[in-house]
Design a protein around this ligand. Structure first.
Ligand code: OSB
Ligand code: MG
Length: 370
């Protein structure tokens, strides 16, 4: 197979409702859709970087430059088309995992479509229904947060994750527990604390959380280990785990007991697989995190979450929880039992709607093979 053309499009989609974390409040999201064309087929990927370097250092602008100047040329000039060859060649460039993942995922989709297989089969997945949780942002008041949680529980989500930050933590979790004593509940700080906050964080042990996600900044593996030694709540790392080596180092240091896997954060599906397999060999469960992806990125996540060691409810919610009009048909829907079906057709198994992509596009560029 020879890739004939690669297209990049920068999109903006407004959320149905603002989403606030310790990093700030957002009303919508910029991201990049990558398309690779060969033999009359098109593979789709999503670059999950946002407009500002808050969650990580990447932005839509840095990803665009890295794709244009380094990654797309690998495909069009070195004539690479297999995800494995791309992983190897792209690995020579340091960093920029979200840019790499967007293109690698497009190649995976293309390959699966060529073979007429759904991605989950190509990946060796073992599940076709995925347990869905929902990530609930910081609200203006605790009563509003309780109302949001009530709404999502009514929809059937299997677990609730709330976002915390200094000033919206122990008391907030206490109120949530008072109102919902038995629900599977976890909290995510997106790195808002430091070891100086240890005594505050230890108070969360009272509330039987499934896990506490990323209390400290990404590079603080060691301090996470110091906190985990003093807490019974399992720590889960998100931002800190950027490769299988960082996953191994985190587990060796006792920095966490659970790992959140995001394909964009680790640079593609091949690295996901390595982290997944290593965690499985260590008896450490993983789950699939989200970046408020459009249906394209979320369809990819559903296929990834079909692997056997994804053992906890995932941040994979229905299309309508994020966007009024998702980019795909059919939309991703939640079943009454709080699961989402992995799409069945070839590749990502959902149909991107080109008219909707166009309407949301701010900028595009086409690259053709010589
Ligand atoms: O830390 O998991 C996170 C969204 C954007 C950036 C970081 C995170 C999140 C979420 C949303 O929690 C998960 C989802 O896509 O539903
Ligand atoms: Mg997180």
């Amino acid at each position: 197979m020879k890739i004939e053309r690669v297209e990049l499009a920068l999109l903006y989609l407004p959320y149905v409702r603002f989403f606030e974390t310790s990093l700030g409040r957002e009303e919508g999201r910029s991201f990049i859709i990558v398309k690779v064309y060969a033999d009359g087929l098109c593979g789709y990927g999503e670059v999950v970087a946002n407009s500002a370097p808050l969650y990580s250092y990447e932005t839509t602008a840095t990803a665009w430059i890295i794709l244009k100047e380094f990654l797309v040329p690998l495909i069009l000039e070195k004539k690479i088309f297999s995800p494995a060859d791309f992983y190897k060649e792209a690995g020579r460039f340091r960093g920029h995992p979200m840019a790499k993942a967007g293109l690698e995922l497009a190649l995976w989709d293309l390959q699966a479509k060529k073979e007429g297989l759904p991605l989950w089969k190509l990946y060796g997945g073992t599940k076709t229904v995925i347990p869905a949780g929902v990530s609930v942002g910081i609200e203006n008041s605790v009563p509003e947060l309780l109302e949001r949680i009530e709404f999502f529980l009514g929809e059937g989500y299997q677990r609730i994750k709330i976002k915390i930050k200094p000033g919206w933590d122990v008391e907030t979790v206490k109120e949530v527990r008072k109102r919902f004593p038995d629900i599977p509940l976890q909290a995510d700080a997106n790195g808002a604390y430091s070891l100086a906050d240890k005594e505050t964080l230890k108070k969360l042990d009272e509330f039987s959380l499934l896990m506490l996600e990323q209390p400290f900044p990404p590079y603080d593996l060691w301090d996470h280990g110091r906190l985990q030694k003093e807490m019974k709540t399992p720590l889960c790392l998100d931002e800190s785990v950027i490769s299988v080596d960082s996953a191994r180092q985190a587990l060796e240091m006792g920095s966490c007991r659970i790992i959140n896997i995001k394909v964009g954060r680790v640079g593609g599906m091949i690295e996901v697989r390595k982290i997944h397999d290593f965690c499985r060999s260590q008896g450490v469960p993983v789950w699939c995190g989200g970046m408020l992806e459009s249906g394209i990125g979320r369809a990819h996540n559903l296929h990834i979450a079909s692997l056997p060691n994804f053992k906890l409810p995932n941040d994979l919610s229905a299309s309508k929880r994020y966007y009024r009009e998702d980019l795909i048909e059919p939309p991703i829907e939640l079943s009454k039992d709080g699961t989402i079906k992995v799409p069945e057709g070839p590749g990502i198994g959902v149909f991107p709607q080109e008219d909707r992509i166009k309407r949301a596009t701010l900028k595009e560029e086409v690259f053709k093979a010589a």
